[in-house]
Design a protein around this ligand. Structure first.
Ligand code: AGP
Length: 590
């Protein structure tokens, strides 16, 4: 779960490459490093975020027209300077950046050490430059040596390699970690993700597993793992660089929340495509959702919708637990994978198993990501690049796709029309920001939070709690409203904040009673409900919504206020909400 960049230009490469790697900082911020090739390999690297390292050692002050760079999310070895990429061979003629995990690195390291190689880091990656060095010393060129090296590797990798022996090229390779190529008149690029190259080009080639690439200033050669050249299509990306910038907001997360009304509009425009995909489904009598984290919460809402609206047996499985449930899949099960990144390792693994037995659909944000190439059908969520680690606009776009899917399966024109009112209602949520800031100030020192909802709005309670945990480090729990009396009510005490999700609808009366039970134990109630609801007058804090937002569509609106609440508590606590500790945007390890 790291980010890599490689770049060849006519002029000094460092300023461009550092700007590119900054766009990938969402993939890891434990350390950063750059290597360029002149008559020698030049390396600058350090632990910490790019800005901190740059202030200390001026990353752009390094010569060379060809370079590679890396941001790290530590897996093997602590986030120290020694473990920061790039890693070099013993003779310092080869330098490598890597995203992924080399599972057999211990055996390889032992073999190489016995042959006299000296290792400087605790990383799995360092075996790669030493292996390449070994094959080059046997008389192979850089491309062949990289090919021979990857044949020895077990695990996942996206690689970029440079060498003083061939100072006019970068060799790249991918297996189970994302890697794209950017082509332009100014030069050519390799990167883990599209935002890294958007300032330079929108012409992109998506690499597949087991492909190897040779990048030169005016030439890009893509090969299979036997080095046979292959033709690849160039895709023009319609994201512009500004879409990947903060656009004047203090944080990406706030920008991305503010983009939600437009994202909902854009995703609604996928309705005809979703209708077409629905018409292609084979016969199925059961639906299974597979996802992680926020995408799992979107899936839970899908389960409530499908069970209540379509009466089709549905279950939701966490991707990391999928292997324990896979035995009941059959060719009458439709398996739906939800993932914003399309690169979540747990989800990819589950999809690879499921597609052998069942029809699969993926709901994904990142075009060309691994999952889009594995699933039988793909729906794109049209959220644009999401840089903040906390999923916000991608969650809303996933929900819109799920609602459209259900509406088309049910041929429910009324529901489709209702969805077209969501963007305006979402704008009303964003206008409540000042009020939410006041609530955030009041509760920023809380140690625990509870989020309570029922039916369609129980997953919103889970997602509200996850957002709070993730970016404020406050302990938070989401519960179905009726479940507290079976245990968690023992935790309720004077002053504990409880967020009650109380939209109008059939679940209202029972949820209201459950919230009364909690209130009676001294909790501070923050109620989200309809602005014509006279019963919620007497609570500590309230966020009031248009009464047309009933329990069925409330998951599409109420969560926006909860995202803003978490964001503002995070800011009040002086935490960077875009980069919560220990987390990364794209979780490419199992
Ligand atoms: C959400 O805020 C989290 N960053 C996380 O739970 C995320 O939703 C999860 O890792 C799944 O990611 P995906 O949607 O890219 O598969």
């Amino acid at each position: 779960m790291c980010g890599i960049v490689g770049c060849i230009l006519d002029n000094e490469v460092a300023p461009t490459i550092i700007e590119s790697i900054k766009k990938l900082e969402y993939r890891g911020y434990d350390s950063v490093g750059i290597a360029t090739v002149t008559d020698k390999i030049n390396v600058k690297k350090g632990s910490g975020k790019i800005k901190e390292v740059d202030d200390e050692i001026q990353l752009t002050e390094i010569d060379g027209n060809i370079g590679i760079a890396h941001v790290r999310w530590a897996t093997h070895g602590n986030p120290t300077r020694e473990n920061a990429h790039p890693h070099n061979s013993c003779d310092n003629k080869v330098s490598v950046v890597h995203n992924g995990i080399i599972e057999n690195y211990k055996e390889l390291k032992q073999e190489l050490q016995l042959e006299g190689h000296v290792f400087k880091s605790e990383t799995d990656t360092e075996v790669i430059p030493h292996l390449i060095e070994k094959y080059m010393k046997e008389g192979n060129n850089l491309l062949k040596s990289t090919q021979l090296t990857i044949k020895k590797l077990v695990g996942s990798y996206a690689l970029a390699v440079i060498s003083t022996e061939e100072p006019d090229k970068i060799i790249g390779a991918r297996k189970e970690s994302p890697l794209i190529v950017g082509v332009s008149d100014k030069g050519n690029f390799l990167a883990s993700d599209v935002p890294a190259i958007l300032n330079e080009t929108r012409q992109v080639i998506y690499l597949e597993d087991n492909e190897i690439i040779q990048l030169e200033k005016d030439k890009v050669t893509i090969m299979d793992n036997n080095l046979n050249p292959i033709e690849k299509e160039i895709t023009t990306i319609d994201w512009n660089p500004e879409m990947a910038e903060k656009g004047g907001y203090p944080h990406f997360m706030l920008k991305e929340i503010n983009e939600e009304p437009q994202v909902i509009r854009d995703t609604l425009s996928e309705s005809p495509k979703i209708k077409e995909i629905v018409s292609k489904f084979k016969n199925f009598n059961r639906i299974c959702f597979v996802a992680c984290g926020t995408s799992y919460h979107a899936s839970l809402i899908g389960e409530y919708l499908i069970e209540t609206q379509l009466h089709i047996p549905t279950e939701v499985i966490l991707a990391s637990e999928f292997e324990y449930f896979q035995n009941t899949l059959d060719n009458h099960t439709l398996v739906i994978f939800i993932t914003q990144s399309g690169e979540t390792a747990d989800t990819i693994q589950a999809l690879k198993t499921a597609k052998k037995i069942s029809e699969t659909l993926a709901i994904v944000n990142v075009v060309g990501s691994t999952i889009t190439r594995e699933a039988h059908h793909v729906i794109y969520t049209r959220a644009g690049p999401e840089i903040g680690v906390a999923a916000t606009k991608t969650y809303l776009s996933q929900l819109i796709c799920i609602y459209l899917l259900v509406a088309h399966l049910k041929e429910d024109e009324e529901l489709i029309q209702k969805l077209y009112s969501i963007p305006e209602l979402a704008e009303e949520s964003i206008k409540r920001e000042e009020q939410i800031i006041e609530i955030a100030k009041k509760y920023k020192t809380a140690k625990d939070f509870f989020y309570i909802g029922r039916g369609f709005n129980y997953p919103t309670a889970l997602e509200g709690a996850l957002k709070l945990k993730e970016i404020t480090y406050i302990h938070a729990e989401g519960y179905p409203a009726g479940e507290l009396k079976h245990g968690p009510l023992a935790l309720i005490e004077d002053g504990i904040p409880v967020v009650g999700i109380l939209p109008p609808g059939s679940s209202y009366a029972k949820t209201f009673n459950n919230l009364q039970e909690i209130r009676a134990r001294g909790a501070h109630m923050i109620i989200l409900g309809a602005d014509n609801d006279t019963q919620i007058d007497d609570v500590h804090d309230k966020l009031l919504f248009n009464p047309v937002v009933d329990e069925l569509i409330a998951p599409l609106i109420y969560i926006i206020d909860l995202q803003l609440l978490s964001y503002h508590i995070s800011v009040q606590k002086e935490i960077d909400p875009d980069k919560p500790k220990n987390l990364a945007k794209s979780v490419t390890v199992v």
